[in-house]
Design a protein around this ligand. Structure first.
Ligand code: SAM
Length: 229
């Protein structure tokens, strides 16, 4: 069987060990094993400055905490980016100040050949780092300690959209945010303490089931996330 890599993801982090568990199980492991995604974790400290491999410094003007310096990141990007312009990765900066990551953005990213995700830490970045990125992404309106969990969220969401990763490719078509929230689902038993499975789902009538699902998806979206309509 021919195996070819569809998406390459490079992640720059100060905590490479955080990725071992999540990237070695379930969908991501399967996608890696099938050669559908290649994920490389790089330690930003390898590009740190001086004997102590320093990557951060105090902010000019004072203030709490440390700030990631531009030089280690600049040097890391320079050595990780291939020389040929047509294989240039899309550089993503994880930051709570970025555009909120959505399924729509994930779909767009799944069409890229190569992504390079930068995980911040400490109090954030030297502002000039922003010029090195193509996209700034946030995973929600809250502040995490580092960009590692956001990088995992982005990687997992994008990977499961790649052709061949999910065993049933149709699964992503009806999923939430495509564009509605998904319809309610049931499995055995038919009756649990008086709570019954809707009759239509037991009817075997596919057209009726489909009609019910569309109606339920609309109803649910209208109630929970009217902004999606
Ligand atoms: N001082 C920064 C601010 O107020 O905007 C927050 C820095 S945060 C403690 C450190 C790093 O965690 C960020 O540089 C970013 O990489 C990551 N991070 C934290 N929250 C995030 C979020 N909601 N989405 C994406 N990245 C986030």
């Amino acid at each position: 069987m021919e195996i070819f890599c569809m998406l390459k993801i490079d992640i720059l982090t100060l905590f490479p060990e955080m990725f071992t568990g999540p990237f070695d199980s379930s969908i991501i492991k399967r996608a890696k094993d099938k050669g559908l995604v290649e994920i490389n974790i790089h330690n930003l400290r390898d590009w740190g400055l001086g004997k102590h491999k320093t990557v951060d410094d105090r902010p000019y003007g004072g203030g709490v905490g440390m700030v990631l310096m531009i030089e280690p990141l600049y040097n890391a990007l320079k050595s990780l980016r291939p020389q040929t312009a047509n294989h240039r990765p899309l550089v993503i900066l994880t930051t709570p100040q970025g555009k909120v990551f959505t399924q729509k953005i994930a779909k767009k990213l799944s069409k890229e050949k190569s992504l390079l995700i930068i995980c911040g830490h400490y109090e954030g970045y030297d502002e000039r780092i922003r010029d090195l990125a193509d996209e700034e992404l946030s995973i929600g309106d809250y502040v995490l300690t580092g960009g590692e969990l956001p990088a995992m969220v982005i990687t997992e969401t994008v990977t499961r959209l790649l052709p061949g990763v999910l065993e049933k490719p149709d699964a992503v078509k009806n999923e939430s945010f495509s564009p509605l929230l998904e319809y309610p689902q049931y499995t055995r038993p038919e009756n649990f303490k008086g709570k019954r499975v809707p009759k239509v789902l037991l009817s075997g009538h596919h057209a009726e089931i489909e009609k019910w699902r569309v109606k339920q998806a609309l109803k649910r979206t209208k109630k929970r996330r009217p902004d999606l309509l």
